[in-house]
Ligand binder design. Structure first.
Ligand code: FES
Length: 125
């Protein structure tokens, strides 16, 4: 697994979630209790951007319909989401945040629920 430097530590203050990219992989990076967490940026319910959500004591809150995802496991702690989100390993070193990504994690983080539906309307398909 390769670790990618994606942000300066100061870009992710306590209680904040922001969107960053590692290549084409979109990542929601948050800080709770001083610890940095990195997950896929798409909610497993209906693809809302988790970087538009909120950091809570319990987990990352999706602002669309209120599911909260455990920072460590990515499991939903309350409905309507029933599937986990992808969680990336994180290292914070020398004032920077590094996120571990391999092909499997990248693929699962980029998978969006509505992609198939959008492709049906794509004139190229
Ligand atoms: S899209 Fe996140 S809870 Fe519905």
């Amino acid at each position: 697994m390769e670790f990618h430097k994606i942000a300066r530590s100061g870009q992710i203050p306590e209680g904040v979630v922001r969107r960053f990219f590692a290549g084409e992989v979109e990542i929601a990076v948050s800080r709770s209790d001083g610890e940095v967490h990195a997950t896929s940026n798409y909610c497993s319910h209906l693809d809302c951007l988790l970087s538009s959500g909120k950091v809570t004591d319990e987990g990352l809150l999706c602002s669309c319909h209120g599911s909260v995802f455990d920072y460590g496991s990515g499991e939903p702690l309350c409905p309507p989401a029933t599937r986990p989100i992808t969680v990336f390993p994180v290292r914070e070193e020398d004032g920077h945040v590094h996120v571990g990504i391999d092909a499997e994690l990248a693929e699962s983080a980029m998978r969006r629920r509505a992609v198939g539906a959008r492709r049906l309307g794509d004139p190229a398909s």
